[in-house]
Design a protein around this ligand. Structure first.
Ligand SMILES: C[S@@+](CC[C@H](N)C(=O)[O-])C[C@H]1O[C@@H](n2cnc3c(N)ncnc32)[C@H](O)[C@@H]1O
Length: 247
C-alpha cells in the first residue's frame, strides 16, 4: 500500500482546513450516517453524525486520534458492508489512488442510500504555476484523476461545485501552497503530497529556488499574490439519490 510508505508524518502537514470542512459537511446535507472511504487519518470526518472510516494503509490508520470514528481496514473496491448501510458515502482526495476507481465508486453507490460526495481535482483544469516547474507531475495527475465525464458515467447525474483554495490553506495537498511558493522546497511538505513525493527532480527544485531568489518567480506569477483564494480545479462532486426506492 503506497500510503504505508509515504504516509509517515501525514497529520503534521495535512491538517484539515476549516473552510474546506464546512463545504464538505454542507455537501453531506442531512445524511446522519456516513462512510468515509480512503479516510486516512480522519480529516473532514464530521463529529455530529455517525461515521465509519475505511482505510487500507496501516500507517494512516495509526495516525487517527483516540476520538476519531471507528475504522475498518479495507479498500474502496471491496467495501465490507451490506447494501444501503449508510445514508451517504464520502471520499476526500482519495479516488485517484484507487487501483480501480470505477469499481470503488460502484461500491460507494452500493453501500450508500442517497448521497455520494467526492472532493477531487478536475484533470481538465489547466493546473497552476507549479506545473511549469514539474510538468511531469501535471501529466501524471491528469492520468490519475478521473474526468468529470468519467465520473458521470459511473455516478449518473452529478452536481459539481468549484472549491477555491484559500492562500493559507492548512491542508498541505498539492495546490495548498499556491501563494507560498517556497513551501514546495521543503522536503517534509513535498513528502505529504503524493504527486511530489514521487517526483524527485532536483533540476526542477533548483530552478524554483533560483527563480524565487532572483525575482523571476515574482515577475511571472506576482499578480496572483493579491488574491486570497483561487480556483485551481478542486471540485466537490455530489451525486444525489435516492437510488433505492426505500431510501
Ligand atoms: C491523500 S490521502 C487522503 C486521506 C484523507 N481522506 C484526507 O483527506 O486526509 C489518500 C488516501 O487514500 C487511501 N487509499 C489508497 N488506495 C485506496 C483504495 N483502493 N481504497 C481506499 N482508500 C485508498 C490512502 O491510503 C490514503 O489514506
Amino acid at each position: 500500500m503506497r500510503y504505508d510508505r509515504i504516509g509517515t508524518g501525514y497529520v503534521h502537514q495535512r491538517r484539515p482546513d476549516p473552510r474546506l470542512a464546512a463545504r464538505i459537511w454542507d455537501a453531506l446535507g442531512d445524511a446522519d450516517s456516513v462512510v468515509n472511504v480512503g479516510a486516512g487519518a480522519g480529516s473532514y470526518e464530521p463529529r455530529d453524525r455517525c461515521v465509519v472510516a475505511v482505510e487500507p494503509a496501516i500507517t494512516m490508520i495509526r495516525q487517527r486520534t483516540a476520538g476519531a470514528a471507528p475504522v475498518v481496514r479495507a479498500c474502496a473496491e471491496a467495501l465490507p458492508f451490506p447494501e444501503a448501510s449508510f445514508a451517504a458515502a464520502l471520499s476526500v482526495l482519495s479516488v485517484h489512488h484507487w487501483s480501480d476507481w470505477q469499481a470503488g465508486l460502484r461500491e460507494l453507490l452500493r453501500v450508500s442510500r442517497r448521497k455520494v460526495v467526492l472532493f477531487t481535482w478536475d484533470p481538465q483544469n489547466g493546473g497552476f504555476w507549479l506545473a511549469d516547474y514539474f510538468p511531469h507531475m501535471l501529466a501524471t495527475d491528469r492520468q490519475r484523476f478521473p474526468t468529470l465525464t468519467a465520473l458521470r458515467a459511473v455516478l449518473g447525474e452529478i452536481e459539481v461545485v468549484p472549491v477555491p483554495i484559500p492562500h493559507d490553506c492548512s491542508d498541505g495537498f498539492m495546490g495548498a501552497y499556491w501563494r507560498r511558493p517556497s513551501a514546495y522546497l521543503d522536503p517534509k511538505i513535498r513528502a505529504a503530497i503524493s504527486s511530489l513525493a514521487a517526483e524527485a527532480s532536483t533540476v526542477s527544485l533548483t530552478q524554483l529556488a533560483d527563480d524565487l531568489g532572483n525575482g523571476v518567480w515574482k515577475r511571472k506569477y506576482g499578480p496572483m499574490l493579491d488574491q486570497d483564494e483561487i480556483d485551481l480545479g478542486y471540485r466537490l462532486v455530489v451525486a444525489n439519490g435516492p437510488w433505492r426506492p426505500d431510501a
